[in-house]
Design a binder for this molecule. Sequence first.
Ligand code: PRX
Length: 660
Amino acid sequence: MPESHPESNIESVLQEKRLFAPPPAFAKSAQVSSLQAYQELFDRAAADPAKFWGELAQQELSWFQPWDTVLDWQPPFAKWFTGGKINISYNCLDRHLTTGYKNKAALIWEGEPGDSCTLTYAQLHREVCLMANVLKQLGIAKGDLVGIYMPMIPEAAIAMLACARIGAPHTVVFGGFSAEALRDRLVDGKAKLVITADGGWRKDAIVPLKDQVDKALDDNHVPTVTNVLVVERTKQKISMQMGRDHWWHDLKQGVSAVCPAEPMDSEDLLFVLYTSGSTGKPKGVVHTTAGYNLYTHITAKWIFDLKDTDVYWCTADVGWITGHSYIVYGPLSNGATTVMYEGAPRASSPDCMWELIAKHGVTIFYTAPTAIRSFMKLGEHLPNKHDLSSLRLLGTVGEPINPEAWMWYHQIIGKGKCPIVDTWWQTETGGIMITALPGAIPTKPGSATLPFPGIIADVVDQAGEPITNESGGYLVIRHPWPGMMRTVFNDDDRFRRTYWEHLKPESGASLYFAGDGAHKDRDGYFWVMGRVDDVISVAGHRLGTMEIESALVSHPAVAEAAVVGKPDEIKGEEIVAFVTLEGSHQPSDDLAKALKQHVVGEIGAIARPGEIRFTEALPKTRSGKIMRRLLRSLASGQEITGDTSTLEDRGVLDKLRSEA
Ligand code: PRX
């Protein structure tokens, strides 16, 4: 079991006594409209999960062929809706064309230098069919993995839906990742084709995505990739390799706009999304077709209380799970209008988010605590300049939200009338697991509140036994759910070890270990405290310490590196790297700068260390394990408490203290 650490603000959050009941006007017409209704759903799901999920799958999704068995559970491997045939692209598009949504806005897009467009369901369907046919023309068949490395433009969603349509699993790589990181993912997934753009806008600069793809594929590093499909976005000069690289706008001219959705087995691979863990390289989280479709559909519907008239905006990037589940698949499966934004607030337009809410009449706004904290810092005069009266529901995701930020969000953005859903979940869970249902569950600032119906969450101790008082422990899930990851891509063993073998209660029950610490209060509300493993969350982005350490030691000047998170007011955590140097290399500001840049080159700008601390040695146990707990205290300037008797050499600690 990893060392536990996110214990700092437990006292204060558990003393949080404010309770916000769902506003009666909201509750009245909500999808789930009372605590009693929630409780009934929850109890029904707990009593007979197969019946509960089976009924929802029947009511909510369109099937080409019904399933035989709802759940086949051979812990830790689950299969949902076996025997069924379904296609998520069909559920997100085709079925809406005959139910009155044909001319409804499916996607409202806002591009960075003021470009914008709206695609109706009929138009989105057409674009997806065209791209699906282009992919087929380029030799992509069912089962071939496609890499997607795109800016936040409609074609990113179109690419995902086109892959799903023909049964080609996708792996979306966040456009902020480096060429190295892209290459690793394409190699691991044995991708056949990459969909990218000439560039993307990031604030006022262009991110040279195609150049990065070229670098990733250079020297035949990814021999499986034989074609690259390029969307024109920025019109900057790029090189196109004959035979390999193709413009989307050229190829789409030559294909038909008719492309029936491929009937997929329920358990066919839908996508692989790489995420950081505490050990090794990022792992490919595997999600399959039917269960993911159902889970993202129903969570989006009940948690965001989706109505025909809503304009829903999730500010995530499609490169993360939040973008997959709650920009693309969940909302579109419901026939909702989803907003996609390429930009980000910058000095010249610090109020762009509020401007867009007013411009499009956004009713539901879903963002990350790190964004809320930075908006807060900029001041309330910015949102107050805009008409935010269309908003009726707010959400947060990605990290714990501190009660101050929660209250600001509630008062300044929601004007005291919008419920807030603080949604806890992970890449691995596919969809939201613990959250308020906005018309049903009273909220407490800082608590994700209660599990979604069908989710049996708990807090347990080191031995995997339930904790019955309010003290902290490990957050676990006791029963499989349709949206759960099925395995680590090509590595069942890693799946078992990472998630299922840490906590083994005497009863022999299988517990899914999420990697988070949590408390359950007297009302059964969950308070998620953050990771208990070596994963750092910077601005809500998940990074493994080991990944950053490997990047650092790949620099010729570095002998050893240990990376920890240090609390940061806005970003949640900042990366601090303790580094020992090889041979004759000497610490200097220039070297620190070079090392930071090296990490950016290896992983991407999100992994840039905030601080490099050169040291002569790292504190280790006698068995050679780096004692990160001590480094965390040092990095944040706290007193070192707790047991240090396992330290091999106490002198190292004294030295580190004096170097601080
Ligand atoms: O530590 C938890 C934190 O984000 C982790 C999952 O990260 P990722 O797979 O990148 O997915 C992020 C978006 C779903 C979790 O293990 N986390 C996510 N949501 C919350 C949270 N921590 C506290 N409260 C949340 N609402």
